[in-house]
Design a protein. Structure first.
Length: 256
């Protein structure tokens, strides 16, 4: 990293060691803040490191929380932008890994909507969500499908049932993406602009959300009575239920 301003704290990224932090030598309390956020000092490298195996999202949140605490105390902080780049998703042999890029969160995109007035601008925000390679809808569908595969890998009745349920949800996410794509297309050809005297978007009440009951409680009931390190193994087992008569539709891969 090129640090021309000599910050009090610098966060960097090492391909083998993960996120690392360095502090100026004359302020020991900086190290105390890092240890509070689960960094550990490496005497051999003279830097602070997160525990091995820390998930990427956890590391990003940790750096953000520590940075906020340092800045609130008046310290200067520098961070390598490569910290934000997620690791590649594992793929089967022969399948090219998808390039990873730091994407905008849905929170950031929602905040952006509050500043827009033209329909075409809103369509551009929706296009980011629907992007084939980095859109939130496709990523969510892939995440749910992967979670379903994880459940099925348990090779238990409860795992297979949860996997089936998750694949149904992924199917609904794909359907939602299709409907959002229709709305995005309509917005892109709509010339409307909000009037200057329109109320702020934050003042427009949102519709009330309705709670949707759970589709099945079978897997939850099995998990509740399954033996665990904190539960005696001699408790009665849950009664077996008849297999479900309807199979969940497979989650189609979107081709946006």
């Amino acid at each position: 990293m090129n640090l021309p301003n000599n910050p009090d704290v610098a966060f960097g990224f090492h391909p083998d060691l993960g996120v690392a932090a360095a502090v100026v030598d004359d302020r020991p309390h900086l190290g105390e803040v890092l240890r509070k956020h689960h960094f550990r000092y490496s005497h051999g490298l003279d830097v602070y490191l997160l525990p091995e195996g820390t998930p990427h999202n956890t590391a990003v949140r940790t750096v953000a929380a520590a940075t906020r605490e340092f800045q609130d105390a008046g310290h200067t902080v520098a961070a390598d932008p490569r910290i934000m780049v997620p690791p590649p998703v594992p793929t089967p042999d022969g399948v090219a890994a998808r390039k990873t890029q730091p994407g905008q969160s849905l929170t950031a995109l929602t905040g952006e909507l509050h500043e827009l007035r033209r329909s075409a601008d809103v369509a551009e925000v929706l296009e980011q969500i629907l992007d084939e390679h980095h859109g939130a809808v496709g990523d969510l569908e892939e995440f749910i499908d992967t979670a379903a595969a994880w459940c099925e890998r348990l090779d238990t009745p409860g795992g297979r049932e949860l996997g089936q349920h998750l694949r149904t949800i992924a199917h609904h996410v794909a359907f939602l993406g299709d409907r959002l794509a229709d709305a995005q297309l309509d917005l892109s050809v709509t010339p409307d602009v909000t009037p200057k005297d329109a109320p702020p978007l934050a003042d427009v009440p949102l519709p009330k959300q309705h709670k949707i009951p759970s589709v099945t409680h079978t897997a939850r009931a099995r998990a509740a009575v399954r033996s665990s390190p904190k539960r005696p193994a001699d408790l009665p087992a849950a009664p077996e239920e008849a297999p479900r008569s309807t199979a969940a539709p497979p989650s189609p891969r979107r081709t946006r």
